[in-house]
Design a protein around this ligand. Structure first.
Ligand code: DGL
Length: 274
């Protein structure tokens, strides 16, 4: 029985989609979240910068005495898995559990990957899928405009701007005839309705946050790290800038209010603890 919290980090707000899944899957676990809102987005940055930031994010969570670290960020998970391996506690990202779920879901062997520019450039999902099943064919599409659309709240099923952008990004997926589509970025589950409308019911959408929550539950059991509680887990939320923005829009990602429990901390400095 281990009552230390689970640490989750992301480049900003989006990782709360994964926290939402974790809270549903593991309601008895405490969670410490760090959103690097002062330096978001990561997805347009170089591999070296993403790795540097990811290392600082991990150090921040280690100082919060977490028992394991989840990189909810698709970009960090794809570009800097080596940084996660250097963490002082078990740490993992979204690529491996998400690719495993996609490989299990596909029937026709054609899998689409949506992510940030850095995620797509890394080729991480393709490599992992091929490792699982060399016959899987992949097609990847960078969708950088999805991130500001979601952060602006332009996510309604009939939002003209979001639908137009989705139409353009998803055409290569339709042309390739994928039957499984990886939502390889924290923000994309909020566009699921629009993506599903465009792709049709025959295409399975794979949500990286949900896959991560399942992987976390398995790891806690395997390594004897579970809290042993059925309910009562709490969340503590840190951001590196503008907590007032975070509180205002976080409910969209998390599905509940965070209120005043958001604290400001900088990943590269000692943590400000409550
Ligand atoms: N959290 C990032 C991801 O999942 C998206 C936002 C960003 O570019 O930092 O890839």
């Amino acid at each position: 029985m281990d009552l230390r919290p689970i640490g989750v980090f992301d480049s900003g707000l989006g990782g709360l989609t994964a926290v939402r899944r974790l809270m549903q899957r593991l309601p008895g676990e405490d969670i410490v979240y760090f959103g690097d809102t002062g330096r978001v987005p990561y997805g347009t940055r170089s591999a070296a910068t993403i790795a540097e930031y990811a290392g600082q994010d991990c150090r921040f969570l280690e100082k919060q005495n977490v028992k394991l670290i989840i990189a909810a960020c698709g970009t960090v998970s794809s570009v800097a898995p080596h940084v996660l391996r250097q963490a002082a506690v078990p740490a993992f990202g979204v690529v491996e559990p998400t690719a495993a779920a996609a490989a299990a879901a596909t029937v026709n062997g054609r899998v689409g990957i949506l992510g940030t520019s850095a995620t797509v450039r890394s080729g991480a999902y393709e490599q992992q899928l091929r490792r699982i099943n060399p016959s899987i064919q992949t097609v990847a599409q960078a969708c950088p405009l999805f991130v500001p659309l979601v952060e602006s709240g332009w996510i309604a099923r009939d939002d003209e701007a979001a639908v137009a952008v989705a139409k353009r990004y998803l055409q290569p997926m339709k042309d390739a005839g994928v039957d499984t589509l990886i939502l390889g970025c924290t923000h994309f589950p909020l566009l699921s309705d629009i993506i599903r409308d465009r792709m049709g019911d025959g295409v399975t959408l794979i949500d990286s946050g949900a896959c991560c929550a399942d992987a976390c539950a398995r790891l806690l059991t395997q390594q004897g790290l579970a809290s042993g509680r059925e309910t009562g887990g709490e969340g503590r939320f840190f951001v590196s800038d503008r907590p007032e923005d975070f509180s205002a829009v976080a409910h969209r990602f998390l599905g509940r209010e965070i209120g005043s429990r958001v604290l400001v901390a900088h990943a590269e400095e000692p943590a400000i603890c409550p």
